[in-house]
Design a protein. Structure first.
Length: 322
């Protein structure tokens, strides 16, 4: 992910959410609408989430230390996971509680023009933020579907902002529907029902975000295309004849670790092997620039071991063939 693209989407969402949150709280103060209160807390939570993403991006840029020799790239994953927790607890659970209270103790909405006007303004502002996130994501999405993009993206910021903005737009429509039904029927229960729907929506989005960022925290391999490029770059057909086995791991969105056992000729000297490894590392970095940490182990490929099924080329998790 382009860091500038992700930051642009986050800043756009932060500015929109701060303005919307202030407007929603003013509308709640004048109208007493629980949907407006829930939406105000939702926008405030989203603003905090965008601040967390910016902090995570800044902390991830710290240089590696002896205690953390692979750097701090995963800080971005940690802060994105915190976003899902905030969205679940502050946004979703609060909306469920407020909706339940409004259904239990309904009251008529006062000064209806405040919530309706603010919701229309919020929809316009959120649409601008969502459009920015879509535009920045399209530059990276390629031919992937939106579902694939959210699931496979190694940089968490754009998927997080996309899902937050989508949830915000749907939530605003639900809030507007609840307010209009409450005004049309004179029954404040509809306002509470709209608030409950907002809570359910936020919790579902939070669960999706938590699942995706948890996978990144556990450690994901490089994408299929990058793995193929690395394998092709490793083999030169002369000194390096094949890849016996290989593992990749994202140390951060833009930093990849590559560890591989490569087959060399048994008659090669140590100097030949060292030169072949250095050349292979250069080819990998040219093919996949984010492959910054590379460990290559030379070995002699055994056809008999492969035929017996003991070669990692056939059994990826197995022992090396010698």
């Amino acid at each position: 992910m382009s860091a500038s693209g992700g930051t642009k989407a986050i800043v756009a969402a932060l500015g929109a959410n701060l303005a919307i949150a202030a407007a929603k709280f003013v509308a709640f103060a004048f109208s007493g609408s629980s949907s407006m209160l829930a939406e105000g807390v939702h926008s405030l939570a989203d603003s905090g989430n965008q601040a967390l993403l910016l902090v995570g991006g800044k902390k991830a840029k710290r240089a590696a230390t002896e205690e953390h020799p692979f750097g701090y790239g995963r800080e971005r994953y940690i802060y994105s996971f915190l976003v899902s927790i905030v969205l679940f607890s502050v946004g979703g659970m609060f909306a469920l509680y407020e909706g339940y209270e409004k259904i239990k103790h309904p009251h008529e909405i006062e000064h209806w023009y405040w919530p309706v006007g603010v919701l229309v303004f919020a929809i316009i502002a959120e649409t601008f933020s969502f459009r920015t996130a879509i535009k920045e994501s399209n530059e990276l999405r390629g031919t992937q579907s939106w579902k694939e993009f959210v699931r496979r993206a190694k940089a968490p910021e754009l998927p997080v902002v996309l899902l937050e903005d989508l949830g915000a737009l749907v939530g605003l429509v639900l809030a507007l529907g609840g307010v209009l039904l409450a005004l049309g029927t004179g029954d404040g229960v509809w306002d509470g029902i709209g608030t409950l729907c907002i809570g359910v929506l936020l919790i579902l989005i939070a669960l999706v975000l938590a699942a995706e960022t948890k996978s990144l925290l556990l450690g994901e391999a490089a994408g299929t295309e990058d793995v193929a490029k690395i394998r092709a770059a490793l083999v030169d057909g002369r000194t390096v004849s094949r890849v016996i086995h290989m593992r990749t791991l994202h140390l951060g969105p833009e930093e990849l670790l590559v560890a591989a056992k490569i087959a060399v000729r048994h008659e090669d000297t140590a100097a030949d092997v060292a030169a072949a490894i250095n050349a292979a590392e250069d080819r990998i970095r040219e093919a996949v620039p984010i492959a910054r940490v590379i460990y290559l182990e030379p070995d002699v490929y055994s056809e008999s071991a492969a035929a017996a099924g003991n070669n990692p080329a056939k059994t990826p998790g197995g022992p090396a063939a010698h």
